[in-house]
Ligand binder design. Structure first.
Ligand code: WT7
Length: 644
């Protein structure tokens, strides 16, 4: 694919565009020239209990660091997602739930979602939760997940959603880190015809990190043990709870949620988002990027355990009064047509998924796609990792029949919402490029000294100024926030990604340049996986790197040094894979384990990951400078015994 491959927006998308290319350029210009007016417009999308008068107060300088948006405004996020729609669209469907089982679906209108949220908010209050308390949510993809998030927001509690695929240990670590005394979970989850023992995981986690109260949602009806005095069954109390619960007035900068994400070192970080800026950005980007119009059915296939689910299943769409589809299942069950059948069944107009899913479905050929009409579709989106041009073109040609624009949206847990993406109906598309920054977003590709490069360039991707959806701190560790994002290039936010900007000014994200892996769109820290491996009694040392993988984007390659007296075996390999699955999650499971009698280290003992990455990639010719190695023979051994 060359950079000349430019695909114009389809005429139908241009004709209905809510923001034309000229308007996009004008908005970029206004954001530069008159940021106050531009950002006021973004903030005024929301319903404020007390309107803001201050707009932006930001400094990325270490000396007087601060990020504050709409600071003196008072609002409630749940009221913005529910109450303000009651008069106009109380009977409109807010959430369509499509079960794992294709015969199961459910809808909730805005009136019903409001009532459910108030009931759960009252349940939380009865449990003793209130303003500022942390509530951990460990739920499958059922409407109650959205209800739980909104119920927390309604009473001013801070939710911390933990992906239901995480292990008891990971869950315990997250409960402990934010000092959560309340947890909302389900008996079991369902995915691809299988059951996931959520309550059993919770019980195991709570042995390490106890909480005061557990609210249990019955999902499959499985018989699970209840702890007297601690566990409360939502379904048993629901009817008795009032469907009225006044929204707590929250300051714009009061926390809305914590979401844990992996970094290059240490344990996952609790990314903190606040109320006003986050919600305004989620809402504005949802409308602009997808050109969302009232009445349209919108489907984002992410899980609410990730930021994509927070911003583009729950907060963005609901703040905009949209109909959002929540899918409990997987793309390949009961067969490979599932996505496309769901689109026909619910008349989905906008479809947002991940490159890894597109690549996996592409492998099955066109027939499963053509088994459904997809006539309702008008827009396709992708997120989570770089999309290779082949997958982009397949999505555009086969799924969208060359009539649906494709928006490749680049963003991060930390950014709260999309920062770089084509605007539907406006920006010319290029397969593999996320194209342009949204108005008000100022990316820079910097040199080693942190100086922005001009024109076509490649290098670390930074943002030189703030946007309302920016994370505000790492929960409990503000220093780590500053060190991680603002110290590599002082005065700028460093994304951890590398990027290239072409002659047209379009951005191509090349991937992480830190020790973070992106496996099937899931972010994993190499340090976390290494620590899980070293947790096994036979392991002396481990080093983990990513390598190119056809479907997952990146695979997990582990170099493992055993302790004296331990012998390598296939059983031991299996045990190590299980160790990682149990410590972290099946999503982090090693793809390759290579026994390493020694690891390439500098004389000062630092592991040279660059070399390990090259060996995993099979690129032995370009190992670079190995003269600083303490023992160069180690490298020859790793090359000679490389599996595959
Ligand atoms: C990392 C953030 C954004 C929500 C889901 C992932 C990669 C994300 C793209 C894209 C290329 C992308 C980046 C980023 N990434 N979207 N469109 N093109 N790379 O959120 O878990 O915080 O991961 O995902 O490397 O830094 P996350």
């Amino acid at each position: 694919m060359t950079e000349q491959t430019r695909i114009p927006q389809p005429a139908s998308a241009v004709a209905r565009a809510g923001m034309t290319l000229d308007q996009y350029q004008a908005a970029c210009e206004q954001a530069r020239r008159d940021p106050e007016t531009y950002w006021r417009g973004v903030g005024e999308r929301l319903d404020w209990i007390k309107p803001f008068t201050r707009i932006k107060d930001v400094s990325f300088d270490r000396a007087d660091f601060r990020i504050r948006w709409f600071e003196d405004g008072v609002l409630n996020a749940a009221a913005n997602c529910l109450d303000r729609h009651q008069a106009e669209r109380g009977e409109q469907v807010a959430v369509i739930w499509e079960g794992d089982d294709p015969d199961q679906s459910r809808t909730l209108t805005y009136r019903e979602l409001h009532a459910e949220t108030c009931r759960m908010a009252n349940a939380l209050k009865d449990m003793g939760a209130g303003r500022g308390d942390r509530v951990t949510i460990y739920l499958p993809m059922i409407p109650e997940a959205a209800v739980a998030m909104l119920a927390c927001a309604r009473i001013g509690a801070i939710h911390s959603v933990v992906f239901a695929g995480f292990s008891p240990d990971s869950l315990a670590g997250r409960i402990e880190d934010c000092g959560s005394r309340f947890l909302i979970t389900a008996d079991e989850g369902r995915r691809g015809g299988k059951r996931i023992p959520l309550k059993a995981n919770v019980d195991a986690a709570l042995e390490k990190a106890p909480v005061d109260k557990v609210l249990l949602v019955r999902c499959t009806g499985a018989d699970v043990p209840l702890a007297e005095g601690r566990d409360i069954v939502w379904n048993d109390i629901r009817e008795r709870l009032s469907d009225d619960c006044p929204p707590e007035p929250m300051g714009a900068e009061d926390p809305l949620f914590i979401l844990y994400t992996s970094g290059s070192t240490g344990k996952p970080k609790g990314v903190l988002h606040t109320t006003g800026g986050y919600l305004a950005w989620a809402s504005w980007t949802h409308e602009r990027v997808f050109d969302y119009r009232p009445g349209e059915i919108y489907w984002c296939t992410a899980d609410v355990g990730w930021v994509t689910g927070h911003s583009y299943i729950v907060y963005g769409p609901l703040a905009n009064g949209a109909t959002t589809l929540m899918f409990e299942g997987v793309p390949n069950w009961p067969d490979h047509s599932r996505f496309w059948r769901v689109i026909d069944k619910h008349q989905v107009r906008i479809f947002y998924t991940a490159p890894t899913a597109i690549r996996a479905l592409m492998r099955e050929g066109e027939a499963p796609v053509k088994a459904a009409s997809r006539a309702s579709l008008r827009l396709l989106g992708t997120v989570g990792e770089p999309i290779n041009p082949e997958a982009w073109l397949w999505y555009w040609r086969v799924v969208g029949d060359e009539r649906c624009p494709v928006v490749d949206t680049w963003w991060q847990t930390e950014t709260g919402g999309v920062l770089i993406s084509p605007i539907c109906g406006a920006t010319p598309m290029k397969p593999g490029s996320a194209t342009r920054p949204l108005p008000g977003v100022f990316p820079a590709i910097v040199d080693e000294a942190g100086k922005p490069k001009e024109g076509p360039a490649e290098g670390p991707l930074c943002l030189v100024d703030s946007w309302p959806g920016q994370m505000r701190t790492v929960w409990g560790d503000h220093q780590r926030f500053l060190d991680t994002y603002f110290s590599t290039f002082p005065g700028k936010y460093f994304t951890g990604d590398g990027a290239r900007r072409d002659a047209d000014g379009d951005y191509w994200i090349t991937g992480r340049i830190d020790d973070v892996l992106n496996v099937s769109g899931h972010r994993l820290g190499t340090a976390e996986i290494e620590s899980a491996l070293v947790g096994h009694p036979a392991v002396a040392e481990a080093a983990v790197v990513g390598y190119p993988h056809d479907i997952k984007g990146q695979g997990v390659w582990c170099y493992v040094t055993l302790k004296q007296g331990e012998t390598p075996s296939d059983e031991l390999k299996k045990a190590l894979v299980n160790e990682v699955r149990n410590e972290i999650s099946p999503i982090a499971a090693p793809d390759v384990i290579q026994w390493a009698p020694g690891l390439p280290k500098t004389r000062s003992g630092k592991i040279m990951r660059r070399i390990l990455r090259k060996i995993a990639e099979g690129e032995f010719g370009s190992l670079g400078d190995t003269s600083t190695l303490a023992d160069p023979a180690v490298v020859d051994d790793l090359i000679r015994n490389r599996p595959g």
